[in-house]
Design a protein around this ligand. Structure first.
Ligand SMILES: NC(=O)c1ccc[n+]([C@@H]2O[C@H](COP(=O)([O-])OP(=O)(O)OC[C@H]3O[C@@H](n4cnc5c(N)ncnc54)[C@H](OP(=O)(O)O)[C@@H]3O)[C@@H](O)[C@H]2O)c1
Length: 292
């Protein structure tokens, strides 16, 4: 039996669909949700539903009972997830899960001074707990979701003609979330992944200078790239009414890109997907090409 946590979310939901597409019987898949109202789609597909909350240890032990492979999708509450993740790993151990696949995060700097420390801390600790647990594990070091790149480029880039983000010349190896979920499903559906750590990065990393150039090429409009200070960036976003929390997240990810934290390239996804993931250039071309 394969259980997928975060099944109501983008990554978990996609992973379940890819498991089905790869021929895994629906009766061999369980979706963990914390809200029963999100279970209808799974039931229609013949996928079992179990209720569990990362906050509720007993619910997890009960949900994980009889599960051989577990896709643990990291929690979305950055403030609370350290203890939530501890619950998941401990419950998997208590329930006798044999193999746990964890959606972790790409990083280079593992110190508290990392611009991504607020995100990385719980991932680093969870990986440690997992390795100490004795459960067979596979760690997916997910780069930035390529789906989020337009947010950094700026929704109105074709109107403003400017990409304004404090990423300097840093490159990012972002990958579509759906392609990461497809690769995770591939790991669950095949053998030989125990003890492995995979870098879920693109085959080429891209800088915002390059992105500005590619958008100019396909749109026919000149796009320039300005890398302001993080402080000026924050002030500008605030002047457009962006909430402080979102400014904090965008700024830290942009500064992390400037520092090369997400400048990573690996062939792991090519091997798992059997093709190159969608490149940053291809995404940009499809999003910004001039509509004739
Ligand atoms: N690499 C990146 O660029 C990037 C970006 C954003 C996030 N992430 C990480 O990747 C994860 C998956 O991404 P996503 O796009 O699928 O996120 P998402 O759509 O927000 O899904 C998060 C899932 O986690 C579930 N969840 C949250 N708290 C839970 C709890 N206490 N107990 C049980 N389930 C809980 C949610 O359930 P509900 O539907 O009940 O809320 C949802 O199913 C995120 O949670 C985050 O850790 C990575």
């Amino acid at each position: 039996m394969i259980l997928v946590t975060g099944a109501s979310g983008h990554f978990g939901n996609a992973a379940i669909d890819f498991l089905l597409a790869k021929g895994v019987e629906a009766s061999q898949i369980l979706a963990l949700v914390r809200n029963e109202q999100t279970s209808d789609d799974f039931t229609k597909k013949g996928v079992g539903v179990v209720i569990g909350d990362y906050e509720n240890y007993a619910s997890l032990v009960s949900a994980f009972h009889g599960v051989e492979k577990l896709l643990f999708v990291s929690g979305s509450d950055i403030v609370k997830r350290l203890s939530q993740h501890q619950n998941v790993v401990n419950a998997a151990k208590e329930a006798g899960v044999k193999h746990l696949v964890y959606t972790s995060f790409q990083r280079k700097d593992e110190s508290e001074t990392s611009p991504l420390w607020m995100v990385a801390q719980s991932h680093i600790q969870t990986e440690k707990w997992l390795k100490e647990s004795g459960i067979d594990y596979t760690i997916l070091k997910n780069n930035l979701y390529l789906d989020f790149l337009p947010g950094f480029i700026g929704e109105k880039v074709l109107e403003t003609g400017v990409i304004y983000v404090p990423a300097e010349s840093g490159k990012v190896g972002a990958v579509l979330r759906s392609e990461m979920a497809e690769a995770a499903a591939s790991i669950l559906a095949t053998s030989g992944h125990e003890g492995k750590e995979y870098d879920f990065t693109n085959s080429e990393a891209a800088s915002y200078e390059e992105i500005a150039h590619w958008i100019s090429e396909v749109s026919g409009k000149t796009i320039t790239y300005i890398s302001p200070s993080a402080e000026d960036y924050g002030k500008t976003l605030a002047s457009y009414g962006v909430p402080a929390e979102a400014i904090g997240i965008f700024s830290s990810f942009a500064v992390a890109q400037a520092k090369g934290e997400l400048d990573a390239v690996s062939t792991d996804l090519v091997k798992l997907l059997g093709r190159k993931p969608l490149s940053v250039r291809d995404l940009v071309s499809s999003l910004y090409s001039a509509k004739v």
